[in-house]
Design a protein around this ligand. Sequence first.
Ligand code: C2G
Length: 132
Amino acid sequence: MTRVLTFGTFDLFHIGHVNVLLRAAALGDHLTVGVSSDALNFSKKGRYPVYREEHRMAIVHSLACVDEVFVEESLELKGDYIKEHRADVLVMGDDWAGRFDHYKELCDVVYLPRTAEVSTTDIIQAIREDLG
Ligand code: C2G
């Protein structure tokens, strides 16, 4: 059984998120998703996600291709998460290409191409412009 692990915020869940999760799931038999905490997002981006972490986790967990979810508390803990979840493959979008190559000691590391022309930031911007 091949266990796949991926991470993300998955705020304002959109088609790019669906695509990366379906492709991650297709690389193995079991998909675990680390959903980044509200606090981690605040420390990285200086703002909280629109949807709070319990809701983002519930949305991701509701997908048929996702077997397990947990809260990603820190970007630096990926090695621990890989071991804890016994991951054979770490999957990340190619916006992170090269950044996690050092985990190749622990498991395979695969970067998948992002879906073009959709992002949470653009959705927020479009809503602001429509309503502003
Ligand atoms: N994604 C994608 N195509 C898009 C947008 C996002 O393939 N158009 C992918 C990203 O590459 C990532 C996943 O969807 O693999 C989640 O994206 P984000 O929610 O933006 O996650 P991010 O904030 O980059 O994750 O340890 C990583 C952190 O959890 C941060």
